[in-house]
Design a protein around this ligand. Structure first.
Ligand code: NAG
Ligand code: NAG
Ligand code: NAG
Ligand code: NAG
Ligand code: NAG
Length: 494
């Protein structure tokens, strides 16, 4: 998907605009970023069929009658037809094959349940572009990039599959998703209970919207991960921002900093230093998301428990000079960017993001997905930064010509008043910053929250591994138990 004509936006977003803190605030909102992440060679081989479905560009109005090709993947090796269940992945902000390859849980469960797997791509990502890549520079065409349209795509696709696939007519369908895909999976069950019998929403921050959770909780979780992974680790990161400000205040200091961090492009001015700090902050956030108990390659190739490895370079027990402290920081970030030893320099406009996913997600964040974040430097290890909706809105207006609607997600999806719904599992990792906006309490007998204290971002959706903590094994077992219960319920009511 490279070579998509988004260079102009890409440059603006990732380098120039990135210096402004509003956009820095936008960036961590891209939770499941495209990049590496092939299953390791020990994982069972994945084999699926790729198909395309003619979807309405606009499900909700009747004047735009055009269609686009939505990509979806199917795997029916284990499917017990007729009537065997269908596990349906509600695709998120990226190439659906990547999510498919990174959702080993579904592949492992398919055999157990005799289920067919379907992975549906989210419109405007991967190959499923209603208007082609040029629509990213024409915000009128982005008008149809909404979660409601995406959910309608999923519903229409499932209804069609049930009609056309021999043996699928009476198959109960269960939605599965992680991250934004997990939010979609939960909302899908809420909006289309006639289409899916239940949903697994893994690491889905459906409450990271205005007024639902404190805006500082996200960065608090990141900080706690570092605090418990090594002596003084969070304290020294908290000190590092001042050290960067001090050292970068002179020309030789700037040069030293650029060389110490092996930056591809030396830092030239205050604005670039601000962007550099944003890049470091994003690196710590990403590490918190992928703090997995075994070596993995989700955003970057990393060792097991990568934050513990990072913290080894940051365990100073008494005040050290700014230079010593920043040397520790540079060693620490190189664990993230150079674990394989292949990096010749560090590029502060990259944290393992693919530009197309970023663009689409920026647009979604600038419309429906308003997710307040803030830091105070006391309860977290970051520089104080308030949530400023107006500034955020202005940034969106200049980027896309649209203004976010802060309360729309709550109106549309119920906010915290969702107890009347049923059959949704919300799983959360205790190490995952996105758990701050997740459902972490049971809301009813059938709106169940499963906590995985040692889990990072949707660890439960990944392939099982010998190094998995007991909490994630238990979570997966409970998830399958609920799947079986929903399938039985569906059979009874048929
Ligand atoms: C996912 O796996 C398939 C089959 O192994 C491969 O062809 C495809 O390139 C992978 N996709 C990504 C994004 O890694
Ligand atoms: C850094 O990454 C950006 C965005 O991917 C790219 O355009 C740029 O060429 C890279 N810079 C260097 C020096 O590698
Ligand atoms: C601040 O920077 C100056 C010059 O770069 C350096 O001499 C001084 O030691 C630094 N301050 C601290 C507290 O390290
Ligand atoms: C990455 O690691 C290799 C091997 O240790 C080293 O030669 C190289 O200089 C490192 N790159 C950076 C940017 O630090
Ligand atoms: C919710 O209920 C389930 C089933 O009784 C239980 O296993 C789980 O621990 C509960 N979740 C929380 C967060 O208390």
């Amino acid at each position: 998907m490279s070579g998509v004509g988004t260079e102009v936006w890409g440059v603006c977003l990732l380098t120039l605009c990135f210096a402004s803190f509003h956009v820095t605030a936008l960036k961590p909102q891209l939770f499941t970023i495209r990049g590496g992440g092939l299953p390791s060679s020990s994982d069972p081989p994945i084999s699926y069929k790729t198909s395309y479905f003619d979807q309405k560009i606009d499900h909700f109005g009747f004047l735009e009658d055009g269609t686009f090709k939505q990509r979806y993947l199917t795997a029916d090796q284990h499917w017990q037809r007729p009537g065997g269940p269908i596990l349906f992945y509600t695709g998120n902000e990226g190439d659906v094959t990547w999510f498919c390859n990174n959702t080993g849980f579904m592949w492992e469960v398919a055999e157990e349940l005799g289920a067919m797997l379907v992975f549906a791509e989210h419109r405007y990502y991967g190959e499923s572009l209603p208007f082609g890549p040029d629509s990213f520079s024409d915000s009128k065409r982005l008008n149809y990039l909404t979660s409601e349209q995406a959910l309608a795509d999923f519903a229409v696709l499932i209804q069609s599959l049930k009609k056309t696939l021999p043996g699928a007519e009476r198959s109960p369908v269960i939605a599965v998703g992680g991250s934004y895909g997990g939010m979609l999976s939960a909302w899908f069950r809420m909006k289309y209970p006639n289409v899916v019998v239940g949903a697994l929403a893994a690491s889905a921050p459906i409450w990271q919207f205005p007024g639902m959770v404190p805006c500082g909780d996200f960065y608090k979780v990141v900080t706690q991960d570092f605090a418990k992974s090594g002596f003084n680790c969070d304290t020294n990161i908290r000190e590092s921002w001042k050290a960067i400000n001090n050292v970068s205040s002179t020309a030789p200091g700037l040069q030293w900093l650029s060389e110490e961090f092996s930056l591809c492009a030396p830092l030239k001015n205050k604005m670039e230093v601000a962007a550099f700090k944003g890049w470091l902050q994003e690196t710590w956030v990403n590490l918190a998301m992928v703090d997995y108990p075994y070596p993995a390659n989700f955003l970057q190739p990393l060792p097991r428990w990568p934050i513990q490895v990072v913290c080894k370079s940051l365990s100073f027990d008494s005040p050290v000079s700014d230079y010593q402290l920043l040397h520790g920081v540079s060693q620490a970030v190189k664990v993230y960017y150079n674990f394989t030893g292949g990096a010749s320099c560090l590029n502060t406009s990259q944290t393992a993001t693919g530009s197309l996913g970023v663009l689409g997600w920026f647009y979604q964040a600038c419309t429906e997905m308003v997710m307040p974040m803030c830091s105070d430097g006391v309860q977290d290890m970051f520089e104080p930064e308030e949530w400023n909706f107006q500034a955020f809105s202005d940034e969106c207006s200049s980027m896309f010509g649209v203004r976010p609607r802060a309360d729309w997600a709550a109106t549309l999806y119920g906010g915290k008043d969702i107890a009347s719904h049923s059959n949704i599992i919300f799983s959360n990792g205790g190490l995952d910053p996105w758990s701050a906006g997740g459902v972490t309490q049971n809301l009813s007998d059938s709106l169940v929250s499963i906590m995985i204290p040692d889990g990072a971002h949707h660890l439960d959706l990944r392939y099982s591994n010998d190094l998995d903590p007991p909490s994630v094994r238990a979570a997966r077992a409970l998830e399958v138990q609920y799947f079986r219960q929903w399938i039985r319920q569906a059979e009874k009511t048929r």
